[in-house]
Design a protein around this ligand. Structure first.
Ligand SMILES: Cc1cc2nc3c(=O)[nH]c(=O)nc-3n(C[C@H](O)[C@H](O)[C@H](O)COP(=O)(O)OP(=O)(O)OC[C@H]3O[C@@H](n4cnc5c(N)ncnc54)[C@H](O)[C@@H]3O)c2cc1C
Ligand SMILES: NC(=O)c1ccc[n+]([C@@H]2O[C@H](COP(=O)([O-])OP(=O)(O)OC[C@H]3O[C@@H](n4cnc5c(N)ncnc54)[C@H](OP(=O)(O)O)[C@@H]3O)[C@@H](O)[C@H]2O)c1
Length: 248
């Protein structure tokens, strides 16, 4: 039987806010593809409780990074957010998941659309060469409640510096306002055209592919809003323009 867990070691915990954290972990897992997830686990009582987490780091990075929120009532995430450098954590050695560019059919423009911690897999993808080899424009959309929750701004700024003409970052805020962010929620902004206007790019089914990640209600509502523009879910046997991963 394949090995279920290997022991990793926390080398750093980044606290973005009270409830948003990243863990940097040393663990020798099998090669993975940008956008995939693996499982993290901790011994709780007499069992290891494990949950899937997207890998923020890029294939080949010596350290694995994960970005997560603390769900107070959940069994695992509050314990993960209490880990500190030197602590042990269980890591599943084999990554999984189809939110990867290998699964995206040819397109001219790529939209990466996330709520909350759904940003993680897109950071991994953006740090690889592939999007820049395949797409003329890449738009990263990140929706959060508050400005403090628009995390990884430095990483995103370095992508923008490297690809100033082809990369756009469009933040959304739903419970605060800021002049640099669109207000409200992603599906409504798709329907009403604000997202396309901000990106100066149409959701044209002949040209674009959209990857959605995070809150399942956003994924569902955004899929419906994009369907009204003629985009449909991508399946290997029936190619479309929308790929997705939901976190709960
Ligand atoms: C494929 C996949 C990849 C995932 N990747 C990540 C990731 O990179 N980062 C991450 O934070 N979580 C991620 N999750 C969710 C994660 O696996 C856990 O469910 C989450 O950390 C809560 O764990 P828990 O044991 O504390 O509570 P659980 O019992 O697992 O969840 C309790 C409740 O918390 C809510 N919830 C779960 N995840 C989130 C979240 N991310 N943000 C807000 N509310 C949530 C849901 O309402 C859920 O029913 C992923 C889930 C899947 C299926
Ligand atoms: N963020 C916090 O300050 C905070 C604090 C304590 C606990 N929590 C708990 O943590 C959990 C997750 O919170 P989160 O903020 O990380 O993630 P989230 O609830 O998924 O919110 C992230 C972003 O997604 C938006 N969103 C939610 N549902 C949507 C939908 N159907 N369509 C489009 N956009 C949608 C939110 O807008 P809206 O704001 O309009 O929902 C917000 O801008 C929640 O259960 C929450 O109760 C959050």
């Amino acid at each position: 039987m394949a090995q279920q867990w290997i022991e990793g070691r926390v080398i750093e915990r980044i606290d973005w806010t009270d409830r948003l954290h990243s863990l940097r972990i040393e663990a020798q897992i099998e090669p993975f593809r940008a956008g995939q997830f693996t499982k993290l686990g901790l011994q709780i009582g007499d069992e290891i409780v494990g949950r899937p987490y997207s890998i923020v780091s890029t294939p080949g990075d010596p350290v694995l990074e994960f970005y997560f929120s603390t769900v107070n009532e959940g069994p695992l995430s509050p314990r993960l957010s209490a880990l500190k450098a030197g602590d042990a954590v269980q890591v599943a050695p084999k990554a999984n998941g189809f939110l990867v560019l290998d699964e995206v059919p040819p397109a001219i423009h790529l939209w990466l659309v996330a709520t909350g911690t759904g940003l993680g897999p897109f950071l991994s993808i953006l740090k690889t060469p592939e999007p820049w080899q395949r797409f003329q424009r890449v738009v990263l959309v990140h929706a959060a409640r508050t400005a403090a929750e628009l995390t990884y701004r430095r990483t995103i700024a370095s992508v923008a510096e490297a690809e100033p003409k082809r990369f756009s970052y469009i933040p959304f805020l739903s419970r605060e306002t800021a002049d640099y962010a669109l207000a409200g929620r992603i599906p409504q902004a798709i329907t009403e055209g604000q997202l396309e206007a901000r990106a100066a790019l149409r959701f044209d089914p002949a040209q674009c592919h959209v990857m959605l990640c995070g809150n399942p209600a956003m994924v569902e509502d955004a899929t419906a809003a994009l369907a009204a523009r003629g985009l449909r879910k991508h399946r290997r046997k029936e190619p479309g323009q929308i790929s997705m991963e939901t976190y709960w």
